[in-house]
Design a protein around this ligand. Structure first.
Ligand code: TXA
Ligand code: MG
Length: 349
């Protein structure tokens, strides 16, 4: 298939291109598009045949449900009811990186929800995304626009790398602001439960309802007794090609441990990548070092994480060592993705 790649100016996007891309969605085709979290791979959420194409293009397991993207607050027709707590979250955090799980209406096909009776809905804050949804005239089902298992794309080049030739359109241009997928909060249960941490933090959700908690299964290595409630969280997602190890504990001790490990790997003729921060970058002179940003700004760490993991892939490193971050506020989402990238290989110092 010949994929049309269209660069759009976020402030002043070419409306003709958005109309064509929207019509492609409505008519059953696939379009990769920017959101504030990561790029999405979109199809008409109400059309089972279109949605099936997403699973094929990504190589996505059939039991992993898709979230649907809307451009306005009129979501009554897609759900059985909007719980009061969901209304409060929508009012406070939409448009933005928050997906809300509710019980689905019949109009949402089971292919989209992967057989579940619930559906995740979110209104992205990216204006190109919302304009595309408006032009399509239907909600857009969209997982992250990567091949299943690889880090989610946070720029258009990465979408092209993974999906060129497989879909009708790739539109966008700007880098994603948040860089990690949306927070998912399940409002079919009381109290609401966070199934995936993201840019809307636990602390922010607790300002609305202080009983909100995080699914205990997602910060630990999945086992048969403790399964994550979001089907997608059980997969070894976000994985770069090289194995990742996290060195966790006091920062100075971590730096010393990483240096020692780097030397060992180099002595064994291995190419080592180190994920450091602006504050620690100069410590690791023998390795291929990349900074995720400043330790003082966990949002910048989140924004750069997937990009840096992909860069290490391009450099063909044999192993990636990473510093760790405090698990509070945005640090919860950062550590969740990092642990999954590492397959929970954590070295305590
Ligand atoms: O930021 C995002 O959410 C991005 C952009 C494109 O909007 N999308 C995204 O989609 O990350 P995806 O498919 O990569 O991740 C969706 C996650 C999966 O882990 C899936 O299992 C979970 O949401 N999920 C979807 N519907 C669900 C449901 N009804 N119940 C529980 N988990 C659900
Ligand atoms: Mg994904």
């Amino acid at each position: 298939m010949n994929t049309k790649i269209e660069l759009l100016d976020k402030e002043n996007p070419n409306i003709e291109i958005l109309k064509k891309a929207g019509a492609t969605i409505l008519n059953g085709g696939l379009v990769a598009f920017p959101t504030e979290t990561v790029y999405g791979l979109g199809a008409n959420a109400l059309d089972p045949e279109a949605v099936k194409k997403i699973f094929i293009a990504k190589g996505r397991p059939q039991d992993n449900p898709l979230i649907i993207h809307v451009a306005d607050f009129n979501i009554e027709k897609f759900v059985l009811e909007i719980p009061d707590i969901a209304k409060k979250f929508m009012k406070k955090f939409w448009p933005g990186p928050l997906t809300i799980i509710m019980n689905k209406a019949e109009v949402i096909p089971y292919v989209t929800s992967a057989g579940l009776d619930s559906v995740g809905i979110r209104m992205p804050s990216n204006s190109v995304a919302r304009e595309l949804i408006r032009e399509a005239g239907v909600p857009i089902a969209a997982p992250s626009a990567n091949i299943s298992g690889r880090p989610s794309p946070t720029d258009i080049e990465t979408c092209v790398e993974d999906l060129n030739g497989k879909i009708e359109y790739i539109i966008g241009g700007e880098r994603c602001n948040v860089g990690l997928e949306s927070t998912i909060v399940d409002c079919t249960v009381d109290p609401p439960c966070v199934l995936r941490p993201g840019g809307i933090t636990l602390e922010m959700l607790r300002e609305v309802d202080d009983r909100v908690y995080i699914d205990p299964a997602i910060m630990k290595k999945p086992d048969k007794n403790l399964k994550p409630k979001a089907p997608g969280m059980k997969y070894r997602h976000y994985a770069p090609k090289a194995p990742v190890k996290i060195i966790d504990g006091d920062l100075n001790k971590s730096i010393a441990k990483i240096k020692e490990m780097v030397q060992n790997y180099i002595d064994n003729n291995m190419k080592v990548g180190v994920m450091a921060t602006n504050e620690t970058l100069s410590e690791y002179s023998n390795a291929l070092v990349k900074s995720l940003g400043s330790r003082k700004d966990l949002y910048s760490i989140g924004k750069n994480l997937f990009k840096v993991l992909r860069e290490f892939d391009d450099e063909n490193v044999d192993i990636i060592l990473s510093e760790s971050f405090e698990e509070k506020e945005m640090g919860i989402a950062v550590m969740n993705r990092l642990k999954k990238a590492a397959g929970f290989d954590i070295i305590k110092v």
